[in-house]
Design a protein around this ligand. Structure first.
Ligand SMILES: [Zn+2]
Length: 328
């Protein structure tokens, strides 16, 4: 089959999976690729592979996906989707030392089957539905989505790399190919640094999420060392102040920027609070805009964060959890 045929098959196979998504948390901002694999009873293992990102085999009774535990969450997710694509497209086996984030837009010569699996992965993880849902929620205009900082925040919410997000915006007709080619060269480390308070020691792999009220009601899949920069606007002249409501004691404030006191009387004064979690888990990050003396609450931000990050060696966390539940 030609490259073009395989890419078209990849896109249409992804649409079928999206039509019957896994019964995941409706608040999730990213596609549940582990759920899609587990739902199909496809054996899945993570190993500390050095030379391969992933592999799969589909030969009669022998069927399964293996993905390295050594890549960051976003790349691991794209590789998982790529291997699932191979299986659903009826390929027999593949050993992948890389994947192509541009999906259907890739110009490099590639084996048609690889191009099909890449197109499948890009459509599945960055479907038009997910991109437009994020853009609507955050009121990101077309101009806003031309900025590296916004594309980075979109990539975090979709659980894909920054590069993959640039190409997803071409598919969504927000960017032109030439714009994506330029934007994908942006050094993501620079974006992260610009979002951090100065002097805070950071793991350079960790991501920096900018959160605000628009994130309320969402469930985010993050990494264990990620930093959350929460933008708040205190209605100080009316006596209201934003507070971290941390019942479990698993979040801590590691920095603050602002408030900007040059604002006029009656205007809201913006500040940013930087939050980290003490240990990986499933957390509720809750802020309330309250009058301290009366406890009257004006607004609330509630975001659910699963910061286990990438999958480690062995079965997926989902399968371990399901196995333990069945045994109990
Ligand atoms: Zn492949």
């Amino acid at each position: 089959m030609s490259r073009r045929d395989e890419v078209l098959r990849g896109i249409s196979e992804a649409a079928k999976v999206l039509a019957k998504p896994p019964a995941a948390d409706a608040e999730r901002t990213s596609f549940d690729v582990i759920g899609a694999i587990v739902d199909r009873h496809i054996p899945l293992l993570f190993r500390p592979l050095d030379k391969l990102w992933g592999a799969f085999v589909n030969a009669g009774a022998q069927k399964g996906i293996i993905v390295t535990s050594k890549l960051p969450l976003s790349v691991q997710r794209f590789t998982l989707a790529h291997e699932l694509g191979h299986l659903l497209l009826g390929h027999e086996y593949s050993l992948d030392d890389t994947v192509e984030f541009a999906g259907r837009h890739a110009q490099v010569w590639k084996d048609p089957q690889e191009a099909g699996a890449d197109a499948f992965a890009a459509e599945l993880l960055a479907s038009k539905q997910l991109v437009s849902r994020a853009a609507k929620r955050h009121r990101w205009t077309k101009a806003e989505l031309n900025k590296p900082g916004t594309i980075y925040q979109l990539s975090l919410r979709l659980g894909i790399s920054y590069k993959a997000a640039c190409w997803a915006l071409v598919t969504a007709h927000v960017l032109r190919r030439i714009e994506a080619e330029q934007l994908q060269e942006t050094v993501v480390k620079g974006i992260k640094t610009s979002l951090m308070p100065p002097g805070l020691p950071r793991n350079s792999w960790a991501d920096v999420w900018t959160l605000d009220q628009a994130d309320t009601g969402t469930a985010l899949e993050a990494g264990p060392d990620d930093l959350f920069a929460v933008g708040l606007k205190d209605h100080a002249s009316a006596g209201y102040i934003w507070n971290l409501v941390d019942a479990d004691g698993d979040a801590r404030i590691v920095g603050q920027h602002g408030p900007d006191l040059n604002h006029g009387y009656g205007e809201r004064s913006p500040r940013t609070i930087y939050v980290e979690f003490n240990a990986p888990g499933i957390h509720s990050l809750i802020f309330e805009h309250v009058r301290p003396w009366s406890r009257s609450t004006l607004e609330r931000i509630e975001v659910h964060v699963d910061d286990h990050g990438k999958e480690r060696v062995g079965m997926s966390r989902r399968e371990k959890h399901n196995t333990l539940r069945a045994a109990a």
